[in-house]
Design a protein around this ligand. Structure first.
Ligand SMILES: NC(=O)c1ccc[n+]([C@@H]2O[C@H](COP(=O)([O-])OP(=O)(O)OC[C@H]3O[C@@H](n4cnc5c(N)ncnc54)[C@H](O)[C@@H]3O)[C@@H](O)[C@H]2O)c1
Length: 418
């Protein structure tokens, strides 16, 4: 717009100079015409600017995301382009929450956010902000420009194996960024935090099942970084009105039953990957087979036992936690099924779900793996009225497999498999 104005103004002086050189008599009326023309031009440009500004959503009305609206809860979902965060955003949107996703896309998928935007295109439902939570200035700007009622803090790097190789990255990304988010929440009066923690904070407890009172003795940087983040939140809570819910997830599997979202980690993270991803990769032939590490644990079939929680149940726990969060109160909950399944059981379920006779190699133990981990979900049932519903491994894996089959390149290029 300014460029157009400048070009026209530059053109006129040149033209009037060449026409007006002959005589004063001739030049005078021309100057008058030029003067009137300039006024008309200026008025036209001003009118144009006003129309354009008025059409911009930020001019006449402030963005809906920047004002608290009665009856609308605005949730900041950090890491909302990732696996669990995108499923949580979908559930929140379905339940009429207003959602802002903040993600640096280091591990998440913009395509997942686009799917959500297509499902909920109405103004004031969903916005995406590309930002790194390690950048305090950006975080502060986001909080000052938006009126959040609550934060679900999912954003994190989240691979145990990777954390042993790059511990500083984990402490920075998890512990230090959580501190930054908490500081921004406190500075801008955001009243509710739902924090994504993990059973890795318990380490290798002697007694099963794990309750919320089981001592937290994490044994890898991932678990330690999350435990430190929890400690920061808990110390802060002692002198704050904030409503806080800390959810310690067990092993998350599955995907949206309607097939809109799935789990699509970066290919380079495959080596650190989770068991469901490894099974699917083997079933698709991306990997030659599955390597099960350790068959001599003191468990019924000798393989490790874990508690697999379906992502649909997990996000339900978040919504229940959000609904039940109260000022000055801290709730800490295990989110698991309460049932341990062995790796062998998991692989069998995956074979059935995919219909592929996955080749399995049984190898010696991997250092750092513990034999048995499963939750006691009594507290969350009693206090939040939450129980896992998707407890059929095969069914959860079949749902996830449907998405995997139709998204051979993750969110990259989606197509339906023949
Ligand atoms: N997946 C599991 O089995 C599991 C188990 C226990 C706990 N958790 C926790 O759940 C949360 C979500 O995990 P996920 O499996 O969805 O992982 P994910 O990698 O799929 O998603 C994490 C998202 O956070 C984003 N992110 C990372 N660092 C960021 C930063 N500095 N700024 C902005 N965005 C950033 C990534 O781009 C990604 O979109 C994590 O906090 C994780 O520790 C996951």
């Amino acid at each position: 717009m300014l460029n157009i104005g400048r070009n026209r103004n530059q053109g006129r002086p040149n033209r009037s100079m060449s026409l007006g050189m002959g005589s004063m008599d001739y030049a005078d009326p021309k100057k008058k015409t030029n003067f009137v023309g300039k006024i008309i031009l200026a008025a036209t440009l001003t009118a144009l600017c006003i129309i354009m500004l008025k059409q911009s959503p930020n001019f006449s009305t402030p963005s809906r995301f920047s004002i608290h609206e009665q009856g609308v809860t605005h949730v900041l979902v950090t890491g909302g382009a990732g696996y669990i965060g995108s499923h949580a955003a979908l559930r929140l949107l379905k339940d009429s929450y207003r959602v802002t996703v903040v993600d640096n896309l280091s591990r998440g998928n913009l395509a997942a956010v686009k799917i959500l935007q297509e499902l909920f295109p109405e103004p004031g439902r969903l916005q995406f902000i590309y930002a790194d939570l390690g950048d305090a200035k950006s975080v502060n700007k986001i909080f000052s420009e938006n009126a959040f009622d609550a934060v679900m803090h999912f954003a994190a790097v989240a691979y145990v194996g990777e954390s042993t190789l790059e511990p500083l990255r984990y402490y920075h990304n998890i512990t230090s960024n959580t501190l930054g988010v908490l500081e921004a929440m406190a500075a801008h009066g955001v009243k509710t935090l739902i924090y994504s923690s993990t059973c890795a904070t318990y380490g290798e407890p002697d007694k099963m099942p794990i309750t919320e009172d089981t001592p937290q003795v994490p044994i890898n940087p991932y678990g330690k970084a999350k435990k430190m983040a929890e400690d920061i939140i808990l110390d802060f809570s002692k002198n704050s009105d904030m409503a806080i819910m800390i959810l310690r997830y067990f092993n998350v599997i599955g995907s949206d039953p309607n097939g809109r979202l799935g789990e699509a980690p970066r290919p380079e993270l495959r080596e650190h990957g989770r068991i469901s991803g490894a099974c699917f990769d083997a079933a698709r032939g991306i990997m030659p087979g599955l390597k099960v590490k350790g068959t001599d644990y003191s468990t019924p079939d000798g393989t490790c036992i874990r508690d697999y929680i379906d992502v649909t149940d997990l996000v339900d726990a978040h919504v229940k936690a959000l609904e039940k969060a109260r000022p000055k109160k801290v709730g800490i909950y295990n989110v698991g099924t309460g049932k341990g399944r062995s790796v062998k059981e998991f692989v069998e379920a995956c074979k059935k779900a995919t219909g592929v006779d996955i080749k399995v190699d049984y190898l010696p133990r991997r250092p750092g793996d513990y034999a048995e981990v499963y939750s006691d979900p009594t507290k969350i049932k009693l206090e939040l009225n939450w129980t896992a519903k998707y407890t059929d491994l095969r069914q959860s894996l079949a749902i996830a497999w449907r998405w995997q089959k139709s998204h051979r390149n993750g969110y990259g290029t989606s197509r339906v498999a023949a």
